[in-house]
Design a protein around this ligand. Structure first.
Ligand code: FAD
Length: 461
């Protein structure tokens, strides 16, 4: 690695003194994401233009240092964790909306725009940017694109990948790419747009995105549905997804999740004996939503149902979602370290996944908190542990292994939305066959022959 004062000089010449930092405090600040690991980079830089990003990639290739792209650092798989000797490329200052074109239902943005701000601007013209990660108030669209982020609404509208028309990017070898376009139909090129989405900063640095917007629904109605146990809630999820009305949210919380959110006001007034809750929403026209809700209520009813609560006031709906979105942090009351898995199975096998998780909790004597996007079969499975207890940590490792086996056995996948990063790489070869992995490595080499982009992520060693 050739990171020395000459490289510092070149970075300063390229970005200016107020956009390139080498001091220990800044390096420490950018040393980790939401994973409990840290590695201070050699430098943190804040480009403001595509051309600077292209020049950075050229410099990194010439001098041989890794670049690690970063949005808000809210990822929980070590995607933005700096590699040793790397330069963190923070996109926080590339945060402009370049174009808002309601007539063509699109918005062109730089990667540092905060996700919820995109949706808020779209709403000003009666439109919506549909992907709604729980971290939307602070995560950046570049991070969402790199991870193919999703959220509750994705059960109806699809994930980030389904809402991108085109991208501008700089590949690891320095080539400047414009992929996709501005139209809702496009059949010209290989679909490099979909390839770059979800590539976790390992193939190219995204400098601009043309996002697809959809009409905002006129109204949204919510249901809080309580069940006597997980099996009853999962059976209801299966019934809902087997009928024609697609809810715009279908979220699951197990009993440990309900205990964790109590102080956020999301578990008030639950009937006695509630062990699992579904949060269900329908959106659309004012005159259609009541009809959707009636059909959803019919599908939600079944053995183990304790209560369906509807007719929430707007403030109550907001509280409910605040509580649900607080879960990621609220669970840390149970134990200081959360090992967060983000597994996904075909939705009609969710019951088997939840039963398997219950069994693993008993077998490895660990508190496991499960919640998430049930309508997609995507659960956040949190193993709560004390990192200073070696025996508990060993059991957690064995439990993770067994969870992966169970998920793959059900035809599922390691990650529904959080990605692989550094934290889940060791499991990837269990899911993907050798030919697919080899093809992925070829793609990596094609885009990034010198391996300068986010080394040690996504692909197993
Ligand atoms: C409380 C909480 C709730 C969450 N809820 C959800 C949820 O509901 N759904 C969900 O999907 N995720 C969720 N996440 C995870 C996380 O917020 C998402 O992965 C998000 O997309 C990361 O965005 P970021 O800006 O923080 O990216 P970072 O964490 O900074 O980076 C993520 C990855 O993107 C790469 N990257 C960033 N910018 C670029 C770029 N311009 N070009 C190329 N690569 C780039 C990085 O190298 C890294 O690999 C949650 C996290 C927290 C802490």
């Amino acid at each position: 690695m050739a990171f020395d004062s000459a490289v510092q000089g070149e970075l300063l010449a390229l970005l200016g003194e107020d956009r390139a930092f080498f001091d220990p405090a800044t390096r420490q600040l950018y040393a980790s994401d939401e994973t409990p690991r840290a590695c201070p980079p050699e430098a943190v830089v804040f480009p403001t233009r595509h051309e600077q990003v292209a020049a950075l990639v050229a410099l990194a290739n010439r001098r041989g240092f890794p670049l690690v792209a970063r949005g808000a650092g809210s990822g929980n798989v070590g995607g933005a964790l700096p590699a040793p000797g790397s330069v963190v490329v923070s996109f926080e200052c590339m945060n402009r909306v370049l174009e808002f074109d309601p007539a063509n239902r699109l918005m062109v943005v730089q990667p540092g725009v905060v996700t919820d701000d995109i949706d808020a601007l779209a709403a000003s013209a009666g439109l919506m940017y549909a992907p709604d990660p729980g971290s939307g108030a602070y995560c950046r669209i570049g991070g969402n694109l790199a991870m193919n982020a999703a959220g509750p609404r994705c059960v109806k509208y699809g994930a980030t990948r389904d809402h991108v028309l085109g991208l501008r990017a700089v590949a690891g070898d320095g080539r400047e790419l414009k992929v996709g376009g501005r139209t809702s139909k496009y059949a010209t090129a290989y679909d490099l747009t979909r390839l770059l989405v979800g590539s976790e900063g390992t193939l190219a640095l995204i400098t601009e995105a043309t996002l697809k917007l959809v009409p905002a629904p006129e109204t949204v109605a919510s249901l809080r549905v309580c069940y006597a146990d997980n099996a009853a809630a999962c059976a209801a999820v299966e019934r809902v997804m087997a009928q024609p009305v697609v809810p715009c949210a279908l979220e699951f919380m197990d009993s440990r999740s309900l205990s964790a959110i109590r102080e956020y006001g999301g578990a008030e007034g639950l009937p006695e004996g509630t062990r699992a809750v579904l949060m269900v929403e329908a959106d659309g026209d004012l005159d259609d939503v009541p009809h959707q809700i009636a059909l959803l209520e019919k599908a939600l009813a079944g053995p183990g149902l304790l209560e369906i609560q509807s007719g929430f006031a707007a403030a109550d709906i907001k509280n409910l979602w605040t509580a649900r979105k607080s879960l990621s942090h609220a669970v840390k009351k149970i134990a200081p370290l959360k090992i967060n898995e983000d597994v996904v199975v075909p939705v009609a096998r969710l019951d088997r996944l939840v039963a398997a998780i219950d069994g693993l909790g008993h077998r490895f004597a660990l508190p496991i908190v499960s919640f998430g996007h049930a309508g997609n079969g995507n659960l956040h499975v949190n193993l709560m542990v004390h990192p200073d207890d070696p025996d508990e940590m060993a059991r957690a490792r064995a439990c993770r292994d067994a969870l992966v086996e169970a998920v793959l056995g059900l035809g599922g996948s390691l990650s529904g939305e959080h990605g692989i990063g550094s934290e889940k790489r060791r499991y990837v070869a269990r899911e993907l066959d050798a030919a697919t992995l080899a093809m992925m490595r070829d793609v990596k080499r094609l885009f990034d022959p010198n391996g300068i982009l986010n080394p040690g992520k996504k692909l197993p060693d």
